[in-house]
Design a protein. Structure first.
Length: 85
């Protein structure tokens, strides 16, 4: 299950600033998304909130999450975060 928290215009946009990885954010849309599912590391169901950047070409990049995605040993096969990317 996935849901999004968005501002008045439907997206929260950053322009001209830098994202958390130090890249310049120009015309990218940043949204907060909630996903729920099974976490292999914790061996239980959980809900995760993420900041997701949707680029002009439609690709999606996770900027931050409240789990260890990216550092977790299961990142490549994670069914939970696979709902977003």
């Amino acid at each position: 299950m996935r849901s999004s928290a968005r501002g008045k215009s439907g997206t929260s946009e950053l322009s001209g600033g830098k994202n958390r990885r130090g890249r310049t954010v120009m015309e990218e849309n940043v949204t907060e998304e909630f996903v729920s599912g099974f976490c292999k590391l914790q061996n239980q169901s959980r809900m995760v909130i993420c900041e997701v950047c949707v680029k002009e070409d439609g690709s999606r990049e996770i900027l931050s999450s409240d789990c260890a995605w990216g550092k977790c040993e299961h990142s490549r096969t994670c069914l939970l975060m696979g709902q977003i990317v």
